[in-house]
Design a protein around this ligand. Structure first.
Ligand code: PSV
Ligand code: MN
Length: 414
């Protein structure tokens, strides 16, 4: 016997389906795409990383070791059915007893087994290029021994991705400078390019390498890979199996990220996303289903790189957030919900009416068609998709009503 809220969800789905059918949109097809959408969660969101402000405050119940992070990630997947893989950081998720420069791929066998037993798997592998010894840079460090050690670290990360994860490696470098004159800008970039080439040549052909850019932090005057153009250029220089990773929080306010996405897709680049929201002017906050996110999903859907019939066309989708204040599990659940809302909105966009409005060369009608889909309440689609996957209607509510948070706070201490 369906519960009242289930009945209501199905009734609202039926009414919305009739409305969408008038525009020639098949609600069941939209629902199937929403069911198919997957996004990776980062292991680091569940751990002790991200503090540094507010004294030693940490959102309660942080995972104290790498296996506990997998447990939290598995809980998120259990409630959403949408996050079967966990992105890892080689340096943070190695066994504690193994020194950073002695990490080998097989040190990740146990973590993979643990993830699989919990019903998830390892996802993107992130070489950790910003730990001890990298204060003068990582792959562009003026110290050859640091560069060599980190090139090896990246090659090992590729081996981990090949042997124990999905063949996806995502690079973020802390390299940059704080003042004009501090570094020779091109020399610094050249060192990174040469290192990337060495890593690419050493890695198996199965690996997809995605290069992440960031305008600021930790460099305040320059970063070596400041924007999508630089990342694209470096990926092109690296080789065919390299592309660009877009992290929402890494742009200055006002940058049109949807336009960057449109260009990457239009020029046939391989791409990936680190989802978050830009309020932090960095990558800490949970995703909101706002217009910017909707516009991005319109490009991803229109470009056929999300929930594509040909899965090989899909970009890599990951969440990258780690607030020092929010309950992290709840925040990640909220992000996944927000991504599903944004995807569903982009899928109910009446593209033929949009084309007509565009052809009419009038500004406002096209914007109104675009906003029609944004203003559509697509939650009935999400609800029915979840019911059909035996998932709770609202993962955040289900989390708050379940006992997991109290349990981890008890077990792990405040
Ligand atoms: C850097 O700010 C970043 O966005 C990169 O993706 C890192 O891997 C992650 O955050 C954690 O520092
Ligand atoms: Mn990121």
């Amino acid at each position: 016997m369906p519960t009242v809220s289930e009945q209501r969800a199905r009734e609202r789905y039926r009414i919305l389906g009739e409305e969408l059918a008038e525009a020639g949109i098949d609600i069941d097809r939209v629902k199937e795409k929403v069911k198919a959408f997957e996004v990776e969660v980062p292991s680091w969101v569940f751990g002790e990383f991200g503090g540094g402000r507010f004294g030693d405050y940490m959102p309660p119940g942080p995972a104290r070791d790498r296996m506990a992070k997998m447990r939290d990630a598995a809980m998120v997947h259990k409630l959403t059915g949408a996050s079967p893989r966990v992105a890892i950081h080689t340096g943070w998720d190695k066994p504690d007893e193994v020194p950073f420069d002695e990490v080998e791929a097989d040190h990740f066998a146990e973590l993979k087994d643990c993830a699989r037993e919990l019903g998830v798997d390892l996802g993107a592998v992130n070489p950790t290029l910003f730990l001890t010894g990298t204060h003068y840079g990582s792959l562009s460090s003026p110290l050859p021994e640091v560069r060599e050690m980190l090139i090896r670290h990246c090659i090992v990360s590729c081996e981990i991705a090949d042997k124990y994860a999905q063949g996806l490696v995502t690079y973020w470098l802390p390299d940059g400078s704080n003042y004009p004159g501090q570094r020779d800008l091109w020399r610094q970039e050249k060192l990174v390019r040469d290192a990337f080439r060495e890593i690419y040549d050493a890695a198996s052909d199965n690996i997809l390498h995605l290069i992440e850019y960031k305008l600021f932090e930790p460099g305040t005057y320059s970063t070596v890979i400041p924007d999508a153009g630089a990342a694209t250029d470096m990926a092109d220089a690296m080789g065919e199996r390299a592309g660009v990773l877009v992290d929402m929080g890494h742009h200055p306010y006002g940058v049109n990220i949807a336009q960057i996405v449109a260009r990457l897709i239009g020029t046939g680049r391989r791409g990936g996303f680190h989802f978050n929201t830009r309020y932090a002017a960095d990558d800490d906050h949970a995703v909101e289903p706002n217009v910017a996110m909707y516009a991005i999903f319109c490009e991803l859907v229109g470009g056929g790189v999300v929930c594509a019939d040909d899965a090989a066309r899909n970009w890599a989708y990951m969440i990258d957030q780690c607030s020092s204040l929010e309950n992290r599990i709840r925040a990640v659940l909220h992000s996944i919900d927000s991504l599903q809302v944004s995807l569903a909105k982009a899928l109910v966009l009446d593209r033929s009416r949009l084309e007509e409005a565009r052809d009419g060369q009038d500004i406002i009608p096209a914007n109104r068609v675009f906003l029609d889909a944004f203003l559509t309440d697509v939650r009935p689609i999400l609800h029915v998709a979840r019911l059909e996957k035996d998932l709770p209607l609202d993962p955040v509510v289900a989390y708050d009503e379940g006992g997991y948070q109290a349990q981890i706070e008890r077990e792990r201490g405040a």
